[in-house]
Design a protein around this ligand. Structure first.
Ligand code: ZN
Length: 243
């Protein structure tokens, strides 16, 4: 099935289920599973990021892996638009730091905005870690959601979405959801919009969607904070949509 057709089919399945009264959680789970299976089908040809690490606890550099969005999904907990933005944006940025196409996760550090999805993509894909001073969170990054730096030569790049790429309604509804003000059926609508946005990103060229700019004289100023809000668990006990 063509990618777009398959995705639309998943939306139709979703709406069909949404328009009928749901008697129990099982029905909802079935619907969600169908959508996720469609997403999985969609994402079989996902872009990948090649990385190199050391080969044992005291080992030498040289062990290579290929990381997919599915690998990142397992680490993060779900597939979402933020994860897709993080993965594809980083792939673009890291390409400029490692033109040979293999990202050295022992030689990379990153600053991320505080989104749960973006931060998970940042640490998983770059190897940056808070406890080793190679990762921190900063919501004051201007015109970007990541700044990623290659440690050996100091080259740093900022990564951002181009204006207008992300539908504004996703952030509008997202703010309401974070405030606990999005009713159950609207919550499902938001998921549909985010899945649609993910599909758009995955089916178009990264240069259409992302801007990567070099940051000269980048200063590493770690902000050690642990009170950011994990926004992707705030609605975990919301009732299902019964319309
Ligand atoms: Zn997420």
């Amino acid at each position: 099935m063509k990618r777009t057709t398959a995705f639309l089919a998943s939306i139709i399945v979703f709406f069909a289920a949404c328009n009928q009264p749901k008697s129990n959680n099982e029905q909802r789970t079935e619907t969600q599973t169908k959508i996720e299976q469609e997403m999985k089908t969609e994402t079989q040809n996902l872009p990948e990021i090649k990385v190199v690490d050391t080969d044992f606890s005291k080992g030498r550099l040289g062990l290579e892996h290929t990381l997919s969005l599915t690998d990142l999904e397992k680490f993060h907990g779900h597939l979402c638009d933020g994860l897709v933005v993080g993965f594809l944006g980083l792939k673009e940025g890291l390409q400029q730091l490692y033109p040979n196409g293999i990202v050295d996760r022992t030689n990379t550090r990153i600053v991320s905005k505080s989104s749960p999805c973006l931060t998970d993509a940042a640490v998983y894909l770059t190897g940056g870690r808070y406890q080793f001073n190679t990762f921190y969170v900063d919501n004051n990054i201007e015109d970007g959601f990541y700044i990623v730096q290659r440690i050996d030569n100091g080259k740093a790049v900022k990564i951002n979405l181009k204006k207008g790429v992300k539908p504004a309604i996703i952030d509008e509804m997202g703010k309401k959801a974070v405030a606990g003000e999005l009713p159950p059926c609207e919550l499902d609508k938001l998921k549909e919009l985010e899945d649609d946005f993910s599909e758009k990103l995955l089916s178009s060229g990264p240069s259409e969607n992302f801007i990567v700019t070099e940051v000269s004289n980048f200063e590493w100023n770690p902000v050690l904070k642990n009170d950011f809000v994990k926004t992707d668990i705030l609605n975990k006990n919301q009732p299902i949509c019964n319309k």
